[in-house]
Design a protein around this ligand. Sequence first.
Ligand code: CA
Length: 120
Amino acid sequence: MKKIVILAAAAFVAAVTAFSATASAGSSNTYIKGDADGNGTVNVNDVTAVQRVLAELDSDSDGKITKRADIDGGGLSISDATAIQYYLADLSNKNNIGEEIVETPKTTRDPYELPFIPIN
Ligand SMILES: [Ca+2]
């Protein structure tokens, strides 16, 4: 009987752990504009991260650095690194660097799919 209780407790802990991992993964659709490395703050390391990707010293295969640091929306370029540097020097922030961005999930609805209309 004691083994069953221990096994049930272990299963419960595993289920809670799996659920919390899923919940935290679901909240990953927010980021800070300019936070290239994704550590939660915008600093000179983010400029370096952009420069290293542009110099092909680091890979951005998952696109996260580009997503977080493409300040002007024209693709990752040295102007984005410069914009972050201007922000860090308190010279200019016309692109809202440092602002939290919440991504809305894209719907994958078939364009030919009819909308659901409830029948009363
Ligand atoms: Ca950062």
